[in-house]
Design a protein around this ligand. Sequence first.
Ligand SMILES: [Mg+2]
Length: 446
Amino acid sequence: MAARWVLHLDMDAFFASAEQLTRPTVRDRPVLVGGLGPRSVVAGASYQARVFGVRSAMPMGQARRLCPHAVVLPPRFALYQALSERVMGVLADAAPVLEPVSLDEAFLEPPSLAGAEVGAVHRFGVDLRADVRRETGLPASVGAGSGKQLAKIASELAKPDGLRVIARAEEQELLRPLPVRALWGVGPVAEAGLRKLGIHTVGELAVMDLRELTGLLGGSMGTELHRLARGVDDRPVAARGAAKQVSAETTFDTDLTALTAVHDAVARMAQAAHRRLVGAGRAARTVTVKIRSADFSTTSRSETSATATTDLGSLTSVAQRLARAAVPEGGVRLIGVSLGGLTDDPPPGLFGPPEPEARHRGTAEVGMAQESAGIAPGDQGGAAARAWRPGDDVEHPTHGHGWVQGAGHGRVTVRFETRSSGPGRAVTLGVDDPDVTRGDPLASLA
Ligand SMILES: [Mg+2]
């Protein structure tokens, strides 16, 4: 069989880059994507923000202290989804075998590269990055290696906006000094267990006694990691047709008002979703709770952990904690629990430390639900649900498309600009001005 070449493409700071693309005023500025509520975390950070130490999944308050001059924008998942479809379209044209991992990440194994020299792989990567840039306007990093693990490590090394091809001859040298966390499937628990045995690097793991390793991590996981640590990785690149999430929801005859009743209902929905999860042979990283109040406003909250699980107890307690924070005054009409960020069980893909944005891959629907209901984590509820908040898309009959830079004292300041307009001008209008209406996020791509 000809030597394999697997490529991993990962968009750079995808959410923040999408904001910078469509809102030219913030193109060169530190941008944080996420909510402003007390429990909000950073969903995306531009490279201009990352130099201040900001990372995805960091509490938003901490990120703003590190980078006080950052522009904070709420996520616009409809926009990210549209851009993701363009990215995946480019990749599908380049290679028939394509395995999307999240909105902004995919593996591909182009048949034309089977047995190819490093130079040919390099040229393929250069063209691929150029195609993605041309079709989307966004930067992507590409890594290539003999399997998925090395391709992923290579794309990490390539960041930002780069290309890295790991030749066969340099594999061992490159793997050896990496921390064990760089390997797929090594989460905090496995890492701590290995540390107790004095194993810190991939090189140390590679020369470990296999029986000792399987004793610590279990048979299939231990064997897989032992192989990966030695650069042996024949896992196929395969399109996954399986569901992106499993869920269960129920509407109550009478609105629930007691927190204990809400808790019980969340537990039942978590159990039903969990049955589907296990039935599909998968594990989940993201728990999302949807709560519709008596007045029909809907709030969704979700939480994503670094590792996937099938444990009903921990999935349920996350769901209950999320629900507690989302229970509205006046009663609960509907409760839904969905499990996303699905991986095969046992972790197949054996995914390593996710690129920070990947932590949020399961929350796309959440953001849209929040936007459609006009509920932001930081909102006060009630009247505030109709108020303009920074980052909202705006449409105006004469000024065109724009976004809210600030609002207060009966006025709203809108920056009128789109991807192709270049930096636009800010106009302050009355909040009651009938010409100021909600805009479609996708219009900012024009
Ligand atoms: Mg990325």
